[in-house]
Design a protein around this ligand. Structure first.
Ligand SMILES: *Cc1c(COP(=O)(O)O)cnc(C)c1O
Length: 364
């Protein structure tokens, strides 16, 4: 088999080719989907290319993992969702009594996972504003196993100084949720962090048709631990989902360029739009946020921006975190104001997106 192994190729080339090999059976150009639960053994314990059962390993999953690993410059382990990936990661590095530092503004599901599920098993946590490095350092305890970083943060879109956090991590490990930035814009493993996590549901797969997650690391021992949990707990992505994920990854650089172009056009318009304040766009990727007193009405009046949770796909989405994705944080330190609107700019024409927002804003 001629597996693609050219780590020196440029990012866009690796996005198209990494993980894929020339089909030895028929020469198919598109990758096969190995939709099989189990694999024939020639004699007991004698496997073909190491495959025996698809929870443990599957060729389509291996291909998607190789692609993500190539782009993030580490070794990737995939899961059935971003939260399954996060659960596996925290399980791999924490035990009863461990302490985790979470950012004050973070994906609501990550907060819920630690606060409602892992806390039952004796994991404790502290919420810290990631921009306040002294507060971060003060929050580190002897039992701090993991520092969670989101950059840009969800939904505030603040960009965090990852290297400054790594410099103060003490004995803790650092993970960056790279879902919003993607490896097109940010390679956290090159900044000294121990793990990258993704909700591959978002930009990596990019078409709102699959749920998935991944953890990437360069540390062989941690990689083995994650693979052990992937098999032992079994929250694996199916072969067809892995195929869709890889298909999305192949156009990631092109899509990210258009997402950014559209986000720039939309944020430039919003800066001058009536009633709009606090426009945020980190300068890359497709996520834009702003405030408007009639957030709920406005979000119900767009035509192209669909009112839905999630982000990072070809179609544009609008949401009000206070009423939708971040309800769980209401009344806590991490609460999001009710007038806060989040946009995920898709890859449509920028003029149409601006026009869609204009008619919604001018009609509320
Ligand atoms: C969506 C999301 C997750 C969770 O991923 P799922 O695939 O929905 O389980 C985690 N982190 C961020 C930043 C997300 O946007």
């Amino acid at each position: 088999m001629s597996e693609y192994q050219h780590p020196g190729d440029a990012f866009a080339t690796r996005a198209v080719h990494a993980g894929l090999e020339t089909d030895p059976a028929y020469g198919a150009v598109a990758p096969a989907i190995y939709q099989s639960a189990t694999f024939i053994q020639k004699r007991p314990g004698e496997y073909t290319a190491g495959y025996d059962y698809s929870r443990t390993a599957n060729p389509t999953r291996d291909a998607a993992e190789a692609a993500i690993g190539s782009l993030e410059e580490g070794r990737a382990v995939t899961f059935a969702s971003g939260l399954a990936a996060e659960h596996a990661l925290i399980t791999a590095v924490c035990s009863a009594g461990s302490h985790v530092i979470l950012p004050k503004h973070l994906y609501g599901g990550t907060h819920r996972l630690v606060d409602k599920v892992l806390a039952q098993w004796g994991v404790t946590y502290t919420l810290v504003d990631q921009g306040d490095l002294d507060a971060l350092e003060r929050a580190i305890r002897p039992k701090t196993a993991l520092i969670w970083v989101e950059s840009p943060t969800n939904p505030m879109l603040d960009v965090v100084d990852i290297e400054a956090i790594v410099a103060r991590k003490g004995n803790a490990l650092v993970v960056v949720d790279n879902t919003f930035a993607t490896p097109v814009n940010q390679l956290p493993l090159n900044q000294g962090v121990d793990f990258v996590v993704h909700s591959t549901t978002k930009y990596l797969a990019g078409h709102s048709d699959v749920i998935g997650g991944a953890v990437v690391t360069r540390n062989e021992e941690l990689d083995q631990k994650l693979r052990f949990i992937q098999n032992a707990a079994g929250a694996i992505p199916g072969p067809f989902d892995c195929f869709l994920l890889q298909r999305g990854i192949r156009t990631l650089p092109l899509r990210m360029a258009q997402h950014a172009r559209n986000a720039r056009a939309v944020s430039e318009y919003l800066e001058t739009a009536p009633g709009v304040t606090g426009v945020r766009w980190p300068g890359f990727s497709g996520m834009v946020a702003f405030r408007h007193p009639k957030s709920n009405e406005l979000a119900s009046r767009t035509r192209l921006f669909a009112l839905a949770e999630s982000l990072g796909a070809v179609e544009s989405l609008i949401e009000v975190p206070h009423s939708m994705t971040h309800q769980a944080t209401t009344g806590t330190d991490a609460a999001i104001p009710a007038d806060f609107v989040r946009l995920s700019c898709g890859i449509e024409d920028p003029d149409d997106l601006v026009e869609d927002l204009r008619q919604a804003i001018e009609s509320v």
